[in-house]
Design a protein around this ligand. Structure first.
Ligand SMILES: *Cc1c(COP(=O)(O)O)cnc(C)c1O
Length: 397
């Protein structure tokens, strides 16, 4: 996820356009802004790139998730099915909406499985949030069919997967809404930023309003605008949008580079007995931000991470032992340690989040290692990395 790796003349030039006008706000100041509408242009280009009708930028991926949830009408007391392997922001946004996260099992795609979702559905289930982790996809067509059959809202967390697709259709475009993050470690970055995308014009209007205190954004006199709904401030600034606009225009080059680098490493690793790879429902649609593989057991997974570190192969993540991406280590969440009482805690049937059992997910996550794929490797660095990886892993399996 290399957004942080690239900041060049294109980004500087877009930012300078904004600095020269001094209009850092995405709305209004029509005369002073000298024709620069960075947030708006980014939204137009992103929607076109993803093949969706609408995109609305937000201050972060987390803000985008909260905005999408509100715009889809998900709120107090609703159950929302989520995976245990995600960045904790997915869960935070469900809690902030006053809704109840319900965890379902993942499969060897490392995303929610249709079977896991089906087993977690109750009469209170309102929505499902599959998270397309590490640049690749859930079995999204089956999940969409399941949601349609059960009358559930499908909201995709594609924060880590901009540019990825399933059978030619962009991840994030399958559900009622999709969310993206452009934080500094994502595929492209705004510094901080995110987006909600949708084909549903009602969801778009609600998202556009919710993220800006309910403003209807009709006409050019902000003071005279109506407030459609109660919202908040989840807006992106023009400066951040300007960076993202330049980065979006590099997305195809980023994807090509990642895919080439990943293929070289994976091809070499395929010769090692005892290593299996993450299931990719459509390998051609993988954005290739990570190469994820499975070791035979937990002990050898920990040994492999150590061995890779010792030979200088950086950027390897054993999510099972890391405290941000897998439920096992979310101590603050297990006890709902919050600064103020959460809506879920006022429910008569608030779940005990410290005792959630997900044996199938544990069995996968304890053996999974993800290796970050970078853009800046030279041919020699890549080869050195491949050699070091193969010899380190052969010493462990
Ligand atoms: C990064 C991320 C988010 C949150 O995005 P921010 O822009 O950092 O707020 C949400 N979900 C997933 C899966 C992420 O990786």
């Amino acid at each position: 996820m290399p957004g942080f790796e690239i900041f060049g003349d294109e980004e500087r030039s877009q930012v300078n356009d904004v600095l020269e006008t001094g209009v850092l706000f995405r709305y209004g100041f029509d005369g002073a802004r000298n024709g620069h509408w960075k947030a708006r242009d980014f939204e137009t280009e992103l929607a076109r790139r993803l093949g969706v009708a609408h995109a609305h930028l937000c201050a972060s991926g987390t803000a985008a998730l909260s905005t999408a949830m509100a715009a889809c009408g998900i709120g107090a007391g609703d159950e929302v099915i989520v995976p245990p392997f995600t960045f904790v922001a997915t869960i935070e946004s469900v809690l902030m909406a006053g809704a109840v996260p319900v965890f379902a099992e993942i499969d060897d795609t490392l995303c929610l499985s249709p079977e896991g979702i089906e087993a977690a559905v109750t009469p209170a289930t309102r929505a499902v949030i599959p998270v397309h982790m590490c640049g690749s996809m859930a079995r999204i067509d089956e999940i969409k069919a399941l949601c349609d059959r059960k009358g559930l809202i499908l909201l995709e967390d594609a924060c880590q997967s901009v540019g990825a697709s399933y059978r030619g259709k962009a991840l994030g475009s399958f559900g009622k809404a999709g969310c993206f993050s452009f934080d500094p470690v994502k595929t492209i970055t705004c510094g901080e930023g995110g987006a909600v995308v949708t084909d549903d014009s009602d969801v778009y209007v609600a998202a556009d309003a919710y993220a800006d205190h309910g403003h209807d954004h009709i006409g050019s006199d902000r003071g005279a605008e109506d407030h459609l709904i109660i919202g908040g401030n989840y807006r992106i600034s023009e400066l951040n949008a300007a960076v993202g606009l330049a980065q979006l225009r590099k997305l195809d080059w980023i994807l090509d580079t990642q895919r080439r680098n990943k293929t070289a490493i994976k091809t070499a690793m395929q010769a090692i007995d005892g290593i299996a790879f993450r299931q990719l429902p459509d390998p051609d649609g993988d954005s290739a931000t990570f190469l994820t593989f499975f070791m035979p057991d937990l002990q050898r997974t920990r040994a492999a991470v150590k061995a890779l570190g010792e030979v200088g192969v950086d950027g390897c993540f054993h999510w099972f032992d890391n405290n941000w991406h897998y439920i096992r280590k979310w101590d603050h969440f297990h006890t709902l340690r919050a600064s103020a009482r959460l809506a879920v805690q006022t429910l008569p049937n608030c779940p005990d989040f410290g005792s959630i059992a997900l044996p199938a997910s544990d069995a996968l996550m304890e053996r999974a290692i993800s290796m970050q794929i970078k853009l800046g490797w030279t041919g020699a660095q890549l080869q050195q990395r491949i050699d070091a990886t193969v010899s380190a892993l052969k010493g462990v399996v």
